[in-house]
Design a protein around this ligand. Structure first.
Ligand SMILES: Cc1cc2nc3c(=O)[nH]c(=O)nc-3n(C[C@H](O)[C@H](O)[C@H](O)COP(=O)(O)OP(=O)(O)OC[C@H]3O[C@@H](n4cnc5c(N)ncnc54)[C@H](O)[C@@H]3O)c2cc1C
Length: 492
């Protein structure tokens, strides 16, 4: 008998009548749709992986009082060892998509774990809201829900405050009664929403007094009445074949605008209501922001390692590996890859206790965020630099191999010292899919922005750095000499 959620169970749960639009049409059953079905299978693969008996201990745990095991992503670490144990599960999941599924289920589970650690913050906001959050955490974790979130407002007139944007742009409370609240407007950018069970809605961007209608947080099933999902272009649908697009054909987790068309939210799913400061506190005074972005760095450590491996293989494909300046570039990439790992290990080793729970080092996490949002495009650029035209001088699709004459020409022109022509084309197509395709380009945008623009992440770094320690050293130096005593000394 299965002891935890399986892929088939997840796929079944998505056949729920959700309202998803793509290319001007209603998608219908997303699990069957050519724009989404492979990414959904990849999400299902995560659950199948954790359901394998040999992976049970690595990937899952049994919460108290339950005989059904759930992902370790829901486990709240009580010490350093438990944090590392949990991280190993998250790394194993990330490795299944080579780090390309940014919003795998462990991202939101991590956000909620961090917020649950800070339940005292919700209590200050109101006992009912804290109870709602606690209840939701139990429900989502026990059922191993795949959650996504929308916590950012759509860009429109960035020079104006959120409350001054045209009505119906930013999601807001338009009604409230004994049953709950009603929300109308939009949020961006629900990555993975098409393959998630539920969406967590909140406001991370600063609000000011007077913007209380925008100041709410809640959770909704993806098929709730009035919730409309407007998908971006599907790279999966544009993928020619697995051979031509081995990554985008399977791991296009999708992004979508979420529009709330008078969606009713019952009180037991409302966690913040009309409190502008609590919207900030929900992430920053709890451990929510620290945990969700720690997960992102765990996942990134896997992806950068994969890209570093790609770089080495690119040099093998074009025969440059032994050129000293190329080796130097590879060595530099390897150092960057290990730096991401080292920062992740630092967050864990320098973590702190919060009550009975262990929390990663916040400033180390923000430092990693600032540095890696710059690092990712530079790593991608290094791969392009190492490649030259190899990523482009490729057969248009698998169909060229089906023609004997073209296959012969491919055989002559795609030679490499250590790779056969077919193997070389197969590999270079994968490399282009990862870094150069429209899918690859979206990943650069993702890594640069998923946690906020540079001015936002640097602001967090500024806020959490121990300035008194750093400036104290400068003060100690200044205090160690002065003009008067030196002049006095010279006199004698
Ligand atoms: C691929 C992708 C997936 C995403 N997935 C999700 C998701 O699942 N859920 C979710 O909630 N969000 C998601 N996001 C949204 C993401 O969190 C935001 O893009 C991010 O927070 C930056 O906000 P923004 O897009 O409004 O950019 P802005 O904040 O508008 O920044 C854009 C640029 O404008 C300039 N700028 C704007 N305002 C200022 C200012 N005040 N001071 C200085 N410069 C300024 C900066 O140059 C900045 O680089 C996703 C984004 C991407 C690209």
């Amino acid at each position: 008998m299965t002891t935890c959620k399986t892929g088939a169970e997840h796929i079944r749960s998505l056949k729920d009548g959700r309202t998803v639009y793509i290319d001007g049409q209603l998608a219908g059953d997303v699990t069957e749709h050519p724009a989404f079905r492979n990414a959904i299978k990849s999400a299902a693969m995560l659950y199948d992986f954790q359901a394998r008996p040999e992976n049970a201990e690595l990937m899952t745990f049994a919460p108290p009082g339950s005989n059904r095991r759930i992902s370790r992503a829901w486990q709240i670490p009580r010490n350093y060892a438990e944090m590392v144990q949990r991280r190993k599960a998250l790394q194993a999941w990330a490795a299944l998509s080579y780090g390309f599924m940014g919003r795998s289920p462990d991202h939101l589970a991590s956000a909620l774990v961090g917020q649950r650690i800070g339940i005292d913050v919700f209590r200050k906001h109101g006992e009912d809201r804290a109870k709602a959050f606690e209840g939701y955490f139990e429900e989502a974790s026990r059922n191993d829900y795949f959650l996504t979130y929308v916590i950012i407002n759509p860009q429109s007139e960035r020079a104006k405050d959120w409350g001054d944007q045209k009505e119906e742009l930013v999601a807001r409370i338009v009604d409230e009664d004994s049953g709950g609240i009603t929300i109308r407007g939009a949020k961006m950018l629900g990555t993975s929403s098409i393959m998630a069970n539920e969406v967590f809605v909140a406001n991370l961007q600063p609000l000011k007094p007077g913007e209380e209608a925008l100041a709410f947080s809640c959770a909704l099933p993806m098929n709730v009445k009035g919730l409309r999902v407007l998908s971006r272009k599907s790279y999966e649908a544009a993928a020619v074949s697995m051979f031509d697009n081995p990554i985008s054909s399977r791991f296009d987790e999708n992004d979508a605008l979420i529009y709330f068309d008078d969606v009713k939210v019952p009180w037991e799913r409302v966690f913040v209501c009309r409190d502008t400061d609590m919207c900030r506190a929900q992430f920053h005074d709890t451990a929510g922001h620290a945990y969700q972005n720690y997960q992102a760095q765990i996942r990134l450590s896997v992806k950068i390692r994969f890209l570093t491996g790609l770089a080495h293989r690119i040099t093998e494909a074009i025969g440059t590996t032994n050129i000293p300046s190329v080796r130097e570039q590879l060595g530099y990439l390897a150092a960057q890859s290990s730096m991401v790992n080292a920062m992740m290990a630092g967050m864990e080793a320098e973590g702190t206790m919060r009550g009975e729970w262990y929390v990663p080092n916040k400033h180390f996490m923000y430092s990693a965020q600032v540095l890696t949002q710059d690092l990712y495009p530079r790593v991608v650029n290094s791969l392009r630099e190492l490649s030259g035209g190899a990523l482009i001088m490729l057969p248009s699709s698998i169909h060229d191999f089906a023609d004997p004459e073209l296959r012969k020409i491919i055989g002559v022109t795609q030679r490499a010292a250590n790779m056969g022509p077919e193997e070389k084309v197969k590999f270079l197509k994968a490399a282009w899919d990862a870094v150069g395709s429209e899918f690859g380009s979206r990943h650069t945008q993702y890594e640069m922005f998923y946690a906020g623009a540079r001015f936002v992440t640097s602001g967090h770094s500024y806020r959490t750095f121990d300035w008194s320690d750093a400036t104290g050293m400068v003060d100690a130096l200044m205090g160690s000499y002065d003009l008067a005593s030196e002049l006095d000394h010279k006199k004698h």
